[in-house]
Design a protein. Sequence first.
Length: 271
Amino acid sequence: MNTGKILFVGCGHMGGALLEGWTKYGGLSKEDIIVAEPSDIIRKGLKKEGYKVFAGLEKLPRRTEIKAVVLAVRPDTFKEVLPLLAERLSPSALIISIAAGKKISFIESYLPNNPVIRIMPNMAVSQGLGISGLCASKKTKSEHKDYIFGLMSSCSRALWLEKEDDIHKIVALGGSSPAYIYSCALALQNAARDYGLPEDFVAEAAVNVFLGSAVLFARSEGSLSDAVAKIATKGGTTEAAVNAFNEGDALTKLFSKAMKACMARSKEMSK
């Protein structure tokens, strides 16, 4: 990789999570990074943390040496952002996009000489527990791939995808899945509320159930099926509940329906 800074264009929820993951677990320092972010609130927070921040790409000094750019803005702003980058970047600068719905070919239409890597991470990269899928353009060299894969592996379970279209599967499995888990916790909370337990206790219990279960599984051996079997003993109360979930394969079908809807929307956004 060339020398220079890593430029984050946008640093909202997902961009901020990636920034946190790379600095916490990937060995990057705050001095390695500069950020172009239009939001005053986000800029103030980043400045307070010690990052060098600009209000936009037009404010970035043209002499700034940039080795990689992370596109962490909304896909509908790419048409404004990419021409500004084309004016400022050398052809060797690596373009990293974390946006759903914008293909490598779209980015290359503005930056035809630059190597491009698409990454689909999820928010848990900020805690070193993420999932991410990666795909690269033909111009991307092995040194670029190794560098970015190293960063992503430091904060997530990373996978090189065989083809770009597979990124829709990662969106459904990893990118959106934290919201699935939160929705399950919310459903548990709503169901428990109907039984007359105190509201504040139910809200806290629903969260603790998911946190505690994750920690228990992480500290145990065996598969998810084994973990279920340990709790759902034969003829017991938990087995009755699990059987209700599994009746007609209802839970799997519900998750499959959600993932298909997610993939369909991701593909629609790519058109």
